[in-house]
Structure formats: structure tokens, C-alpha cells
Write a new protein. Structure first.
Length: 234
């Protein structure tokens, strides 16, 4: 008899208004949680898809260039496995001695590289031209890593210091990331510093061009600091 009373009491409690609210509230809580979980998972899938798409593009680029993808050396921004050896921080002077833009001289600074309005944009060669040089120069340099995305086709004497925009002698495949930190982003910062100094009359144009083309790392240490800042951005 006591068992019957107990069972009837439990059933009554389950179908009471308060219990109903708690019961269905529990179901709604799980449903919301499931929905949020699905949304988070979906966003995670989107992130994975984006990363995979980036890797797929690199793979296609590697295949087009004739280089196989190394699963142990995946593309990433500066991971140790992707860093070029320290010897590749400087160009080969025989292949890339540097070349000048004859329009830029000490006397024409105000009309060229020091004028407001973006002089270098007006003379920068198109990608259709630089792409072929980038591919060929990586081959000439004998780099084992032939993924184009790991290099900047750099003007050894930068355009903002009067370097030739299209001479192959002034273009070289500079690695973004090099052991020791002397990669392309560090050189970009030196280029800006030298440009500023030349336009402010702190050093002659010819001196800046010479120091950049012969030993840009030495110039960086001289004008910026001993430790390279190879992060993206200025």
C-alpha cells in the first residue's frame, strides 16, 4: 500500500506545473546547449576550411612550380621548420649585385623618392613580370625550399632608395623567415629607416644605397639595433 502511494505521489509531482516547468526547462537547456555547440563547431569547421584552403593553394603553387609538399615542413608564419638557414639572409653578390634607377639622384630627391604621393607605386613592376623572375631566381639561387610564398622578391636597393624597379640584378628571392631573425620583414624596416634619413638629409643617398646593397644586416645594426625585428608591419 505504501508503494502505491509513493508511485502516485511521484507521478503527480512529474505532471504538476512546477515540475513541468523544470522538466521542459531541462529539455530546452539541453537543446540550446546543443545548438550553441553546433554553432561553435560550425565556426571551427570554417576556420579549419580556411586554413586548409590556404594550404591547398600553397600545394597547387608548389605543384605548378615542380616542388612537392613536405608534411613535416608545413607552411606557417615563421615556425622553425620553415626558417631558411642564416646563410640565405644576404643575397649572392654575383647573382644580385644591385642596380640603380637613373632618375633618382641626390639632386632629384624632392621630385622622386622624397616627394609626397607615393613615388614607388608609380614605378613598381607588375606581378606578371616579377612572378617569372621570382621563380627563376629561386632556381638560380639553388634554394631547396621552392615554395614561392616563403619568399619576397626583394629589391636589393629598395625602390624608396632609388633602386632599379625591374633589373634582374636588383631582384632576389629573400626568405621571410631566417634563422637568427634576419628575414624580409626586418629588411623592410631598414628600408623605411634609410629612406627617412635620406629625405631628412641625415645621410647621402649614395651612402644609403651602398650600405643597403653590400650588407643590409650591418646597416640594420648600425641604424636600428643589434636585435632584428622581423615581425610583419612597420
Amino acid at each position: 500500500m505504501n508503494k502505491r502511494i509513493f508511485i502516485i505521489g511521484v507521478l503527480t509531482a512529474c505532471f504538476s506545473t512546477t515540475a513541468n516547468a523544470g522538466f521542459f526547462g531541462h529539455i530546452v537547456e539541453h537543446a540550446i546547449g546543443y545548438g550553441l555547440g553546433g554553432m561553435i563547431a560550425h565556426e571551427g569547421d570554417k576556420a579549419i576550411d580556411t586554413h586548409q584552403s590556404h594550404r591547398d593553394e600553397n600545394d597547387r603553387q608548389n605543384q605548378n612550380y615542380g616542388s612537392s609538399y613536405n608534411a613535416n615542413n608545413n607552411y606557417s608564419d615563421g615556425q622553425q621548420g620553415d626558417m631558411a638557414p642564416a646563410s640565405e639572409a644576404l643575397p649572392n653578390p654575383k647573382l644580385t649585385p644591385g642596380a640603380l634607377n637613373p632618375a633618382v639622384t641626390q639632386q632629384t630627391l624632392g621630385e622622386t623618392i622624397c616627394r609626397p604621393g607615393g613615388y614607388t607605386k608609380s614605378i613598381r613592376p607588375p606581378e606578371s613580370y616579377t612572378y617569372k623572375i621570382k621563380v627563376e631566381s629561386i632556381r638560380q639561387y639553388g634554394y631547396t625550399d621552392r615554395r614561392l610564398s616563403h619568399y619576397e622578391l626583394d629589391h636589393l636597393i629598395s625602390l624608396e632608395l632609388g633602386g632599379s624597379p625591374d633589373s634582374p640584378q636588383n631582384l632576389w628571392p629573400e626568405p621571410h623567415y631566417v634563422q637568427g631573425g634576419w628575414g624580409s620583414y626586418a629588411k623592410d624596416k631598414l628600408e623605411n629607416k634609410l629612406h627617412e634619413m635620406v629625405c631628412q638629409g641625415q645621410i647621402p643617398l649614395a651612402q644609403a644605397q651602398h650600405e643597403e646593397s653590400t650588407d643590409w644586416i650591418g646597416a640594420y645594426k648600425k641604424y636600428i639595433g643589434q636585435v632584428p625585428n622581423n615581425t610583419k608591419g612597420w
